[in-house]
Design a protein around this ligand. Sequence first.
Ligand code: IMP
Ligand code: MG
Length: 188
Amino acid sequence: MSEIMMHTDVERILVSAEEIDRITTKIAAKIDEDYKNADGKLVLLGILKGSVVFMGDLMKKITLPVEIDFMKVSSYGAGTTTTGRIKIHLDLCRSDLSECNILIVEDIIDSGKTLSYLTEYLRINGARSVKTCTLLDKPSRREVDFVSDYVGASIPDEFVVGYGLDYAEKYRALPYVGILKREVYEKN
Ligand code: IMP
Ligand code: MG
């Protein structure tokens, strides 16, 4: 991608649109392979709002029949640091959880608290199986032991935006993942 198309608040592009395309193709093929003989329905559970762009691309590349659903949770405030508390803003309303192989789709894993909480929550509520898929992973930031089943790319400890990820609700529509300039959030 040319420099000219880069948002002025972005320091540098970390994962290009082309790279993301390769990542989603690879993960979709792996999901097809892993779930082809699974009993029950495959349900992609997108965590709003950050996962929507990734999930939209991923579901188009999965050839198995999939259903989609969403939950909205937050562990972050308006800034760049976690509160550590998970709050469910939109819950999953399904009566067929025992028939569902839930694949949680996330934008990024940071402390690991969101996905470890959700995985446990869905298991307790009777899902047939629960796995997780994340576009990005920041392993150096982990506060709880958590390993995702599918990971697009491991990245360093930088605050990133784009391809669904935001800072204060901005930058979600960028077609790439880029490091946000520090001055953008440090001035607030
Ligand atoms: P965790 O519970 O600490 O793993 O938090 C994961 C959530 O934090 C993600 O779903 C994002 O909403 C948010 N998050 C973590 N790192 C970033 C980042 O670099 N950019 C944007 N959002 C982030
Ligand atoms: Mg999120």
